[in-house]
Ligand binder design. Structure first.
Ligand code: ARG
Length: 400
């Protein structure tokens, strides 16, 4: 049996490589997909061979990840349950796709991943792998199938001298350019506050600069294209914002999240760029889109976000929603300014190339071109619903 393993280099996937070899006599091909995790990929490759791989692939999917997946999260204001910018969720799709491609090329009989049976990642990996793989290629998830736990895995690895780093961090971290998910250890108690050492981009109060700062983000057709007037690639914009906003202590998320399988979990993230870009994008949309479009788009955004969270990227609904949003976002171009102060980044200004905001209409000064007299008739008719209700309940013209 030949198995392609979606290999991160962590404990789960290192143990499962060896286990597949021992139990099935499998030939193991490891595939590590780079979506911007801060990893020394040479160490990962060495570890893969030590774990029993006969061949190792490294795929750089960093550009793809940003240009095909992260961009959509911005257009759809994708914050799951209003909070989580889907950073881990989005990364699973290019990982699954790249692993499936290699499995097909290598003529593998199965693909294995290290997801547990408790999370959402299993759904994302299974659904995406099954979308790309032929029916006769099996999907294996030994951690889930064998009901492994970390203690058992560490023991298994140590007994076989597998090169794992047992004391990397007491937290379980999943990181890419769009966000860092921090789980485990004391965070499993939802009452315990996360210690600052759990974070990398978002800095503690002792490091917040005294002087405020500003950053101006330019969007074109819904996507960020420049910072402070300087054209940059989206990947660079995100990296720079993670540092600049994080320095002011902005970008932490700590919430109770509803997993697809019904479990509630306490999730802690840092995502300064993702949060800021989505909030700014949303703000600019309000300058450009009519109220009805905004209201309808909020429903679409939520549906899209739920699909992506739940593993259904390759769903026809997601593809159809994409077309809808591209149409609506054409005119979402302009700038949004963030003011950075100790512990915060707040929107302090916006301007759109094609704005529905017209100062001459809204102003209270003599410059106003809005003739209020026309509103009288509108307002009388508007009152009708309320008045009819009163008469229907039998009240007289004066009484109540
Ligand atoms: N709860 C988030 C999600 O489902 C993040 C999970 C972090 N995943 C991980 N393997 N550490 O997308």
């Amino acid at each position: 049996m030949r198995v392609a393993v979606a290999y991160s280099g962590g404990l789960d996937t290192t143990v499962l490589c060896r286990w597949l070899k021992e139990n099935y006599g499998a030939e193991v091909i490891t595939v590590t997909v780079d979506v911007g995790q801060p990893t020394d990929f040479r160490v990962i490759e060495d570890r893969a061979y030590a774990a029993g791989a006969s061949k190792h692939y490294h795929v750089d999917a960093r550009d793809r990840f940003v240009e095909e997946f992260v961009v959509r999260d911005i257009l759809f204001n994708g914050l799951y349950e209003g909070e989580y910018p889907l950073s881990t969720a989005l990364s699973r799709y290019p990982i699954a796709e790249e692993v499936a491609k290699i499995a097909i090329r290598e003529g593998c009989d199965a693909v294995a991943h290290g997801c547990t049976g408790k999370g959402n990642d299993q759904l994302r990996m299974d659904a995406s792998l099954s979308y790309f793989l032929p029916e006769d290629v099996k999907i294996l998830a030994p951690v889930r199938e064998q009901n492994w736990n970390r203690d058992w895995e560490i023991d298994y690895a140590l007994k076989r001298g597998l090169p794992i780093e047992v004391k990397e961090s007491r937290f379980s971290i999943d990181e890419n350019i769009w966000g860092r998910s921090v789980e485990g250890a004391e965070l499993e108690d939802p009452w315990t506050g996360p210690p600052w050492e759990a974070f990398k981009w978002v800095r503690p109060p002792s490091e917040w600069p005294d002087k405020p700062d500003e950053v101006v983000i330019r969007f074109e057709s819904g996507l960020p294209v420049a910072l402070d007037g300087k054209k940059m690639r989206l990947r660079e914009i995100i990296s720079e914002l993670n540092v600049r906003l994080g320095r002011y202590g902005y970008g932490l998320i700590d919430h109770i999240e509803d997993r697809v399988i019904g479990l509630k979990s306490r999730e802690v993230y840092e995502a300064p760029a993702a949060l800021a870009l989505i909030r700014c994008h949303q703000d600019l949309e309000k300058m450009v889109l009519p109220a009805r479009c905004l209201r309808f788009k909020a429903l679409v955004d939520r549906e899209w976000t739920d699909l992506v969270y739940a593993g259904l990227w390759y769903h026809p609904l997601r593809e159809a929603l994409d077309k809808f949003v591209d149409e609506l976002e054409r005119d979402v171009s302009g700038e949004v300014r963030l003011t950075l102060e100790k512990g915060s980044a707040r929107i302090s200004g916006r301007r759109a190339d094609r704005s529905l905001y017209v100062k001459d209409l809204i102003t209270y000064t003599a410059e106003s071109i809005f003739d209020q007299r026309y509103s009288e008739g509108f307002s009388r008719i508007w009152s009708l619903e309320v008045k009819l209700q009163k008469f229907m309940r039998g009240a007289g013209r004066r009484g109540r």
